[in-house]
Design a protein around this ligand. Structure first.
Ligand code: DAT
Ligand code: MG
Length: 145
């Protein structure tokens, strides 16, 4: 192996309205920092339709799309940019799989989330799924970065 210096990358994390409502913003930030990633930006804000339509464009037309957008507008979200080598896949690993009921214990969703019998999985956090998604989402949520 010749490339021993992996590039520093950035990812977009959202603590979704369920996580903010439950007072878990600090717990999510704690896990990001405990893993050794740096916080580049942290901002509590209420998402609007334009940001959410762009953010979730890949899901437009799916049955859970409209309830997902409504849920994401149901309260403030904590928008975070975190930085470190392989942070995109690293945060996805910290978050756990999409369905919080079966997400592995030890992960954010697995430890803190569950099914509440709702149309949309309220799974506490969003994390970019690739470096390309991260670049797109960071420019959407934090155009000044
Ligand atoms: P992830 O957030 O793990 O990247 P995703 O991008 O496939 O998952 O979906 C975005 C969000 O939409 C997800 O966090 C919760 C909701 N969602 C996804 N699939 C769903 C489904 N089958 N039923 C209800 N909500 C769903
Ligand atoms: Mg996704």
């Amino acid at each position: 192996m010749t490339d021993t210096h992996a590039a520093v990358e950035r990812t977009l994390v959202l603590v979704k309205p369920d996580g903010v409502r439950r007072g878990l913003s600090g717990e999510v930030l704690r896990r990001i920092e405990a893993k050794g990633y740096a916080l580049v930006a942290v901002e509590l804000r209420t998402a609007d339709d334009d940001v959410l339509a762009a953010h979730y464009a890949e899901h437009e037309g799916k049955p859970f799309y409209a309830p997902l957008v409504e849920f994401m507008k149901s309260g403030p979200v904590l928008a975070v940019v975190a930085e470190g080598q392989r942070v995109v896949e690293g945060f996805r690993s910290l978050a756990g799989t999409t369905d919080p009921t079966t997400a592995a214990p030890g992960t954010i969703r697995g430890d803190l989330g569950r099914d509440w019998g709702l149309k949309v999985q309220q799974n506490l956090v969003h994390g970019s799924d690739s470096p390309e998604s991260a670049a797109r989402e960071i420019s959407l949520w934090f155009p000044a970065l």
